[in-house]
Design a protein around this ligand. Structure first.
Ligand SMILES: Cc1cc2nc3c(=O)[nH]c(=O)nc-3n(C[C@H](O)[C@H](O)[C@H](O)COP(=O)(O)OP(=O)(O)OC[C@H]3O[C@@H](n4cnc5c(N)ncnc54)[C@H](O)[C@@H]3O)c2cc1C
Length: 194
């Protein structure tokens, strides 16, 4: 099978689980769209797809992009910022404060490398960050934008202000920075979140 989802048998295509794609319904559907478009003459492939997932536990666990293990193994220096999800004020009105938000940001730029959410509607939160990653928006775009009410977007307001633009620590082994507003500037007043 190639990245266009053509098998070695002429005229036979594969999609979903049997194509060896990550086992998610949304991936199977995207495979279908790739095959459909290639049938119509497009040149679409599965290469480099940004694949989010959401585990519909209570609370939900969702991620897009790299987790910390993957980021470490990539050898790329990154900054990590993590907050308890209870700092997103909406979770308090929902009485669902279990969980966390974690963002990995490139150390040499403002690129979002990965984002993990454990908490209520984590899948919705991750969808917002996924869109930003697809648009190659720097994390500061999410930090500085504001929204009327959407919970997922507001979560971005809570976590991204914690990430400093300039890494403050020398890279440890593997080129990993551990940085964050909450670690470095604990004595400062907190930015408003919610
Ligand atoms: C317990 C469980 C929980 C899951 N939870 C999630 C989740 O929360 N979120 C998520 O995104 N994904 C989840 N998945 C994965 C998701 O269900 C699959 O990745 C997705 O269904 C794959 O789609 P598909 O079309 O490739 O295969 P399928 O949905 O398995 O469809 C294949 C179809 O082909 C039919 N078929 C098989 N052999 C033949 C044959 N010889 N002739 C004709 N028809 C045939 C089958 O009956 C079936 O209808 C879960 C999977 C399992 C097993």
């Amino acid at each position: 099978m190639n990245e266009r989802l053509e098998t070695t048998a002429e005229g036979v295509w594969a999609m979903g689980d049997c194509a060896g794609s990550p086992h998610f319904t949304h991936v199977a559907f995207d495979d279908y769209r790739i095959v459909r478009d290639n049938w119509r003459g497009a040149a679409r492939s599965t290469r480099g797809r940004l694949i989010p997932f959401c585990m519909f536990t209570d609370p939900e666990l969702a991620r897009v992009g790299l987790n910390e293990n993957e980021a470490s193994h990539s050898g790329r220096a990154y900054r990590r910022v993590r907050i308890d999800i209870g700092q997103v004020l909406r979770t308090r009105t929902l009485s669902e404060t279990r969980g966390f938000l974690k963002a990995l940001i490139s150390a040499d730029g403002d690129e979002i490398l990965g984002f993990t959410a454990l908490g209520p509607q984590a899948g919705e939160i991750v969808a917002v960050v996924q869109t930003a990653m697809l648009a190659k928006m720097p994390y500061i775009a999410l930090r500085d934008c504001f929204h009327a009410s959407h919970y997922g977007r507001r979560a971005g307001h809570a976590v991204f202000p914690r990430c400093r633009r300039v890494p403050w620590q020398a890279p440890r082994k593997g080129g990993v920075y551990v940085a964050g507003w909450h670690q470095r500037n604990r004595h400062h007043s907190q930015p408003s979140v919610g």
